[in-house]
Design a protein around this ligand. Structure first.
Ligand code: SF4
Ligand code: SF4
Length: 205
């Protein structure tokens, strides 16, 4: 985790709500998409655990109201994630394409991006409030894209010799992964919490 990670969540609120008055704020979404695309080439889902404003919003905001119920496995299933990714991208492309005939295309595209940010924030807040905080991240279209691009990059390493099976690592994993059997899990968001928690230094990147 980076020093700025806890503060990034405020950007979600600024874009989702401020964007209702200032649609230009929606263009921040393109910056996010571009950055996560580049980082995923080298570090898989590292962006999700370190730079994602929405991830920070869940970890440091929604955690205060979350019921922390177990995340439903169905959310991380490709049967949910692929349609969610396809639907979101198709909807965004379609809505943007119909703005080209208008005179205020720039502002309209900003409005579309803000509405998508707001919509996904509402869904993520409801999921994170009812289940565990990072529920949305199990199905997030941008997380799925990073997984596909660089899921095998920058993997967590496990020293089974020194592990004493205390499971402290699994208790702190926000993605509820089976850390001790992590292997090449492409949905690890490289937040490093398990590494920090392990009393035996059995985990490393
Ligand atoms: S396995 Fe470790 S680094 Fe990966 S998401 Fe879980 S806590 Fe974070
Ligand atoms: S915290 Fe460390 S010692 Fe405990 S189960 Fe996890 S890897 Fe093993």
């Amino acid at each position: 985790m980076l020093k700025i990670t806890p503060y990034l969540g405020s950007l979600v609120v600024i874009v989702s709500l401020g964007g209702l008055w200032y649609p230009i704020l929606g263009y921040f979404m393109f910056l996010v998409m571009g950055t996560l695309f580049i980082t995923s080439l080298f570090r898989g889902r590292w962006f999700c655990g370190n730079l994602c404003p929405r991830g920070s919003y869940f970890d440091y905001g929604i955690i205060k109201i979350s019921k922390k119920r177990k995340i439903p496995k169905i959310l991380s299933s490709m049967w949910v994630r692929v349609p969610a990714f396809t639907l979101m991208m198709a909807l965004m492309m379609y809505r943007i394409s119909v703005t080209f005939a208008a005179q205020n295309t720039f502002e309209l595209i900003g409005t579309i991006l803000v509405s998508m940010c707001l919509m996904t924030t509402i869904i993520g807040t409801m999921l994170g409030g009812y289940f565990n905080t990072r529920s949305w991240c199990n199905a997030c279209p941008m997380g799925t894209m990073q997984r596909v691009i660089g899921g095998n990059k920058h993997q967590l390493k496990m020293d089974h010799e020194s592990c004493v099976d205390c499971k402290l690592c699994e208790k702190v994993c926000p993605m509820e992964l089976e850390v001790r059997d992590i292997g090449n899990n492409p949905d690890c968001i490289k937040c490093g919490r398990c590494v920090d928690k392990c009393p035996k230094d059995s985990l490393s990147f």
